[in-house]
Design a protein around this ligand. Structure first.
Ligand code: PEP
Ligand code: MN
Length: 336
């Protein structure tokens, strides 16, 4: 981190700041030029508050030369992370396919979809029991009963389950869930992220509707700072000026995250576009740009779905997508 001091700063004033930084445990390099004084902070500066430094009268500017996240950072963990979740490997060399309905609606629905997606080659089953809906009058999910139905579908098919948490006070209901999803709307719910940092479950962290890659990495850092190292990113599209698709899928986020972090990254083409016919091309694109998997919404009767029916694939459509994705995965040397 580089701290640039204002031109009229005296050497004595600079030394008071240097002492303050030393007291906080930082080593530094001080350079006094003809026109300006510069302090270089050495070591891990992830915990330095830039705004606090800028509040000093003598400070002109502060620049980071290293990222503010450490645990999620590839620099400190150069090898790709790989997680074993109920015998399914997520990360490096594997391509995970999470499939299932937007929301859990009934036992028949869950069993039918779970059996179908398993047959087509999905590796995880999804289904929302707690639904973040824009309207308070829309179906909100079956809550605890929804999780019970997911567990039944897991018993019937052996597929590990992924489901969204919206509130840390519900954590007890997630004891038997295999992967906890943090939805886009909660990517910066810091109290929830802190709580998930203390739980021993992999977290699927979706990108917020309007969040930058660095903010997303910082949210992963919140979870990891609590000791939970198993974070999987999920790019699900962001808000842009474009209205043709529900969101705009930021495919460039995948190579960006892969460069900056060692954590696995998956892509959700269903929420990214809202269009079932875009799922296949974008699932293939995700694979081609280096994603570690996809999350796809599948419903046994999309027309009757209580949530996101318009973007859901039928089991037959999903099967066709899987055939294409499997062929491409083999070409890319990735295991589904
Ligand atoms: C979901 O996965 O069902 C969901 C609500 O997604 P997102 O948080 O990405 O909108
Ligand atoms: Mn959905």
């Amino acid at each position: 981190m580089i701290i640039i001091l204002k031109q009229n700063t005296t050497t004595q004033q600079a030394h008071t700041l240097l002492e303050e930084l030393e007291q906080q445990g930082f080593k530094h390099h001080f350079s006094e030029g003809e026109h300006s004084m510069i302090i270089g902070l050495i070591g891990d500066t992830s915990q330095v508050d830039m705004q606090q430094l800028l509040a000093h009268d003598m400070v002109e500017d502060v620049k980071r030369v290293s990222e503010p996240y450490k645990r999620a950072n590839r620099k400190f963990n150069p090898d790709d992370s790989i997680f074993d979740i109920c015998g399914r490997l997520v990360g490096e060399g594997n391509f995970s396919v999470i499939a299932g309905p937007c929301s859990v609606e009934s036992e028949e629905q869950m069993i039918e979809v779970a059996e179908a997606v398993k047959k087509s080659g999905a590796t995880f089953l999804r289904g929302g029991a707690f639904k973040p809906r824009t309207s308070p009058y829309a179906f909100q999910g079956l809550h605890g009963e929804g999780i019970r139905l997911l567990l039944e579908a897991k018993r019937a098919t052996g597929l590990p389950i992924v489901t969204e948490i919206m509130n840390q006070h519900h954590l007890d209901l997630f004891n038997d869930v295999d992967v906890i999803q943090v939805g886009a709307r909660n990517m910066q719910n810091f109290e929830l992220l802190k709580e998930l940092g203390h739980c021993n479950k992999p977290i699927l962290l979706k990108r917020g509707l309007a969040n930058t890659i660095e903010e997303w990495l910082m949210s992963a850092e919140y979870i990891m700072a609590g000791g939970n190292e198993r974070v999987i990113f999920c790019e699900r599209g962001i808000r842009t000026y474009e209205t043709f698709t529900r969101n705009t899928l930021d495919l460039s986020a995948i190579p960006a995250l892969k460069r900056l972090s060692h954590l696995p990254v998956i892509v959700d083409p269903s929420h990214a576009t809202g269009l079932p016919w875009m799922v296949e091309p974008l699932a293939k694109a995700a694979l081609a740009v280096g994603a570690d998997g996809v999350m796809i919404e599948v419903h046994n009767n999309p027309k009757k779905a209580l949530c996101d029916g318009a973007q859901s694939l039928t089991p037959e459509q999903f099967d066709a997508v899987m055939k294409k994705v499997t062929a491409l995965a083999a070409f890319e040397n990735k295991k589904i």
